[in-house]
Ligand binder design. Structure first.
Ligand code: PEP
Ligand code: MG
Length: 593
């Protein structure tokens, strides 16, 4: 949804809420990220293809309608005043996606002028927009708005006809609040954090991969704020509170002063937290925990040491493969891993092999993805399942990690394991690569780096005691574990209440995994987003977690949380939470801490 310049900025303050993604206050003018270059060819089609091409157009129209209807349903949760402003706009869009002049014209351009649907819809929209602008009369602003609406709806159809690679953020001025309907994880990876005051999107959930990437950027961000894009105008002043999940458009002087006071308070609290950097991470009765950092993007490396984390507990290697046209070869990968391992200066680094599939799209891997579209990509080929189908890719990554391992202490981790056979197959490949490099006298870490697995499917958690016989360590991924156990997408919008890692079901699976790891005497860590929530730290400790991995910025708060409680208290808390009937009861227990 493009921010439409409707003339003079309205003065009224408007408030929206969404998922609080990463704390901080951002104040600045709001602009939407430039649309990706609409890269379609002005193609002609053969007469024999008219039916098929028209069907493609109809599919894109029906997808566009679905997207808008979904948006309209979500609007119901907004204050009445905001609804009255936005509802008519969505209705106008939906009308244009019906049997409107735009759609009829586009269909005719396919059947009569033999134009491909992309060109048909864009040409028709342009003709109509120009006709609207050429009308005479006093309401010039209204005509401009209508013309832009026609173009906007055509762009939506076009976006649904062509899968566009990624967005371009370079045109936005520094200090801007970036607004977007949705961002893919690959889009987020392109954001240069120093250029923005904050990020808001209309779609996206709290633990989705985009949220994970944005947290890594450390920018105040609010995702899934329904209605905000429809209400915002380019350049409108906005305040975003990434901790409360609140967005204020056109703030009053009073709201602005309150935000500035919060900014100052936050700066004080960050200074206090920074003093904890060297303090031990231990309970009041001196039981120590390991706090490590998750790494999504290389620029985070210097922040890790500053945060007081010791090592990287989850290096999501996806970033190495994203936003490029060709795959990184073994040498390129080796260099990237090596640089990170060296920068960690002897602290351990756990590198997770490529976890792609589902919402983590990797353009360069388009030829590797399943031949048939999957109805439920999150339930299809993903993570280790895909790697085992493409041993060439898997072997190159393992070889690169092993070659880089000479620079420090490395562990290798497999994503999305669900079956024992997957670890066994992965070990065979790992053995082969290790032996090959040894034969060639390649220098590597002296002892072979441990090979462990993520526990992020209910299948893995429930069979942890069997899997433990084949894994050197476990890392619990609560994001996917929650999604798969509760059958609730991790990107669900605010208020859906379906996706909730504090459900006792999830706590029991964590506990089962810890018990299985202890019986097999292998280490277990927790690296899902739950690890970065200080309110959950005593509970996780009580469930037996002693190693936490989280985005670097969360480390000081989690450290403060662990230093405030005794291990006895944590054990009692966990025992009660495991018996709790639902997540609200668990939350109430946590609130008593
Ligand atoms: C998880 O699922 O909890 C996890 C850490 O992996 P990712 O978020 O990368 O899917
Ligand atoms: Mg995962």
């Amino acid at each position: 949804m493009k921010l439409i310049d409707a003339g003079p900025t309205r003065r009224r303050e408007m408030r929206f809420s969404g998922h609080p993604i990463s704390p901080g206050i951002g104040i600045g003018p709001v602009y939407e990220a430039a649309e990706p270059v609409l890269n379609f060819q002005h193609k002609k089609i053969a007469a024999a293809d008219i039916a098929a091409e028209t069907a493609r157009l109809e599919d894109a129209i029906s997808l566009s309608r679905k997207q808008l209807i979904k948006l309209k349903t979500k609007l119901a949760s907004l204050p009445a005043q905001s609804q009255t402003e936005i509802d008519p706009l969505i209705d106008a869009y939906l009308h244009m996606l019906g049997n409107s002049r735009l759609i009829r014209g586009a269909r005719l351009r396919i059947s009569d002028s033999l134009l491909a649907p992309e060109a048909a819809v864009m040409d028709e929209a342009e003709t109509q927009a120009e006709a609207i602008l050429a009308l005479t009369g006093s309401d010039k602003v209204g005509r401009q708005r209508r013309a832009e609406e026609v173009r906007e709806i055509a762009r939506r159809v076009l976006r649904n006809l062509t899968r566009l690679p990624f967005r371009n953020f370079t045109e936005l001025k520094p200090g801007t609040i970036l607004a977007a309907e949705s961002l893919r994880p690959a889009d987020a990876a392109l954001i240069q954090p120093t250029n923005f005051a904050g990020i808001i999107t209309a779609e996206g959930g709290a633990d989705g991969h985009t949220a994970v990437m944005l947290r890594a950027l450390g920018l105040p961000a609010v995702l899934g704020a329904t209605g905000v894009l429809e209400a915002a105008r380019p350049g409108m002043l906005a305040i975003i509170d990434g901790e409360a999940g609140e967005i204020i458009l056109n703030p009053t002087a009073r709201s602005l002063a309150a935000a500035q006071a919060k900014l100052a308070a936050r700066a004080r609290s960050l200074r206090a937290l920074a003093r904890l950097q060297k303090a031990p991470a231990e309970t009041t009765d001196h039981v120590a925990v390991d706090l490590q950092a998750n790494l999504e993007l290389p620029f985070e490396v210097p922040m890790i040491a500053e945060s007081g984390a010791h090592g990287i507990g989850l290096l999501r290697s996806e970033f190495i493969f994203m936003n490029r046209e060709t795959l990184p070869d073994e040498d390129t990968q080796t260099q990237i891993y090596r640089d990170i391992i060296e920068a960690m200066d002897g602290d351990p680094v756990t590198i997770r092999v490529l976890d792609w599939g589902s919402d983590k799209e990797v353009e360069a891997l388009a030829d590797y993805t399943p031949d048939t579209a999957e109805a439920n990509p999150a339930l299809g080929l993903r993570g280790i399942r895909l790697l085992l189908r493409h041993p060439d890719l898997f072997e190159a990554q393992l070889a690169a990690i092993l070659r880089a391992s000479v620079a420090g202490r490395v562990r290798i981790m497999l994503p999305m394991v669900g079956f024992r056979s997957e670890i066994i197959a992965a070990w065979e490949i790992y053995d082969r690569v290790w032996r090959r490099l040894k034969r060639r006298n390649v220098r590597m870490m002296e002892t072979r780096p441990p090979l462990g697995i993520m526990i992020e499917t209910p299948a893995a958690a429930l069979s942890a005691r069997h899997l433990a016989k084949h894994a050197d360590f476990f890392a619990i991924g609560t994001n996917d574990l929650t999604m798969y156990t509760l059958a609730a997408d991790r990107s669900l919008p605010v208020g859906s209440k379906l996706y909730d890692p504090l459900e006792p079901t999830i706590l029991r699976l964590i506990y089962e995994t810890v018990v299985a790891a202890a019986a097999a005497k292998i280490p277990v860590s927790l690296c899902g987003e739950l690890a970065s929530r200080p309110e959950a730290t005593p509970l996780l400790f009580g469930l037996g977690i002693r190693q936490f991995s989280m985005h670097g910025l969360a480390v000081p708060r989690v450290k403060r949380a662990i230093r405030a409680v005794s291990s006895k208290y944590c054990l009692q808390l966990a025992a009660r939470a495991l018996e709790a009937p639902d997540a609200d009861t668990v939350r109430a227990l946590l609130a008593q801490t």
